[in-house]
Design a protein around this ligand. Structure first.
Ligand code: G3P
Ligand code: CA
Length: 289
């Protein structure tokens, strides 16, 4: 029986994927269905938002390293946020800056260095000598780490990505059975359109600093199920969270690291808070949420 169930798993996954894509295309409430499936019920002011650990939760360990991700997985954060780039030979690695200089003992752009070079770098000493020897993780390392848990990954693809570049990324996500738990994020609309083409069943979120016009319409143009934006953007337009929610989309806010800003986020009614301090935010939400 176990074998029978196991053999039917790919079929069931394919059917679920087709169903999700059909729902997304056909239903007038498709965006809301998609947003709720990955973010939970959309929030109103006063509701407790979910937590996403920014760069793995960059306060307790060097950002975007396995020690940081392990800390995030031990917290109550629902999402681990990270940043994806490609080495010169096309290996997806987790690093925020476009160059290696700030967070490693290497130098130059990530895209100009091979995985062989990047794999030997120290990405921990800059943060604290106790983390000397901590390496730069590949996407595969994070997928393997998160897979046995119930957490999700907010995967920000840095810069601009083509379908060809995203194809192996989506393949890795699928190989780890993580397509339902990885949300692709980008400031770049073109990259999200490419992500939709390569993995239409993977959820996407659009990150914006500012936008003229309707942010929900912009998100809808790439099939995103949520907007990620700043407190300044949301504060500038008091009705914007409700309008985005009415369009069926979620709202996440970045990057908030203090009680006063977390209180503002709860008042605004955002669905999720991205923070460098997931453990501190846990405690704050338990007291104030
Ligand atoms: O998720 C949004 C946030 O991570 C974008 O800012 O510069 O920290 O990647 P940054
Ligand atoms: Ca990021």
């Amino acid at each position: 029986m176990a074998t029978l169930l196991h053999n039917h798993r790919p079929l069931a996954a394919a059917a679920a994927t087709v169903a999700l894509v059909l729902v997304t295309i056909l239903s007038p409430d498709a965006s809301r269905v998609a947003a709720v499936s990955i973010l939970g019920a959309l929030h109103t002011p006063g509701d407790v938002p979910f937590v996403a650990a920014h760069r793995g939760g960059a306060d307790g360990a060097p950002e975007n390293t396995l020690p940081a991700f392990r800390l995030a997985l031990a917290s109550t954060a629902e999402f681990v946020e990270t940043d994806l780039q490609l080495t010169s030979d096309g290996v997806p690695v987790l690093m925020h800056d476009f160059t290696l200089d700030r967070t490693t003992n290497g130098s130059g752009p990530v895209w100009a260095n091979s995985w062989d070079t990047v794999s030997h770098l120290d990405a921990g000493s800059w943060f604290d000598p106790a983390f000397a020897g901590t390496g730069v993780p590949r996407l595969d390392d994070l997928l393997e780490l998160v897979r046995p848990t119930t957490k999700r990954i907010l995967l920000e693809v840095k810069g601009s990505w083509t379908e060809d570049q995203l194809t192996p990324v989506v393949a890795s996500i699928r190989a780890n059975d993580m397509e339902g738990r990885v949300v692709v994020a980008s400031f770049d609309l073109t990259s999200l359109v490419a992500a939709r083409a390569v993995g239409p069943d993977l959820q996407r979120v659009l990150i914006i600093r500012s936008v003229e016009g309707d942010p929900a319409a912009l998100a809808a143009s790439c099939g995103a199920s949520a907007i990620v934006t700043s407190k300044a953007f949301l504060r500038a337009d008091p009705g914007v969270v409700a309008r985005i929610h009415n369009a069926g989309l979620g709202v996440m806010i970045y990057t908030l690291n203090s009680g006063t800003t977390w209180a503002d986020a709860v008042d605004l009614g955002v669905d999720g808070i991205i923070t460098d301090k997931p453990r501190e935010l846990d405690v704050w939400l338990a007291k104030n949420g």
